[in-house]
Design a protein around this ligand. Sequence first.
Ligand SMILES: [Fe+2]
Length: 305
Amino acid sequence: MVKITEITSRSAGSPVTTSGVDLRTAGNRWHLPNLGIGLGLRTPHYLAIQADWPAIDWFEVISENYMDTAGRPLAVLDRVAAHYPVVLHGVSMSIGSTDPLNRDYLSQLKTLATRVRAPWLSDHLCWTGVAGTNAHDLLPMPLTEESMEHCTTRVKQVQDILERTLFLENPSTYAAFTDQTMTEWEFLGRLCEATGCGLMLDVNNIYVSSRNHGFDPQDYLDGVPWDRVVQFHVAGHDDLGTHCIDTHIGPVVDPVWALLGEAWHRAGGASVLLEWDAEIPDLATTHREALKAVEAITAARSEAS
Ligand SMILES: [Fe+2]
């Protein structure tokens, strides 16, 4: 059994304050902590992390990679969770699908969250399949009243089963439904209000979707209920000129860092996580990229003052 006190035996990887900005303040209504600047836990970094437990603030794991398994991944996860805060991030809840909720999946998720003492867990506003078929993709929701009613019921059910607040991520989208009656930020804001759920805001996804659909990211930021944001994602994407694809490869572009800086201050501070999921560089390089968040947050503060 792992003792929670072991987590504090490690020094933090990002500064606590810089240029008058307290990087650990948190503005969310649940008083969930700002964990600092974290990384997604990925297999190529397993050995480097366990070699000397480097000063990285926290890790996020893809929940499904550690459910229904008892081998090396889970053993590594247990060790990582003994040294760092670990947050769960899922891709298979399929909150928007019309298929019944997968109660076995939710039960396993609940067990895993307890095992790693996850301060929160998140999944996406999307559907990943229907009629028992898994599309293995995060598909966009119809942003309609009917869909809102459906998601409201489902989020409430999930929170009842998990006995936790659910935090939903805004996805990157490449298509929209012609009969949509509201924007994504309106949809998420209303869903939060109706269910008590929170947000895991991906600022790269805001940027990618804004390019693909032609909206102004500032309009998105103006519509976010900031006291419900507990965490941010940043990531790289492919810019193909006419549209962007959310690849989670490569460094984060400057406009996304700028969005993070502004969003972080609007939220009154929240945990930041870099997603780098393919062509993954070594741990030190990945961490250096994540720590650029500190500059972005500091720069946004100077611009605001
Ligand atoms: Fe994300």
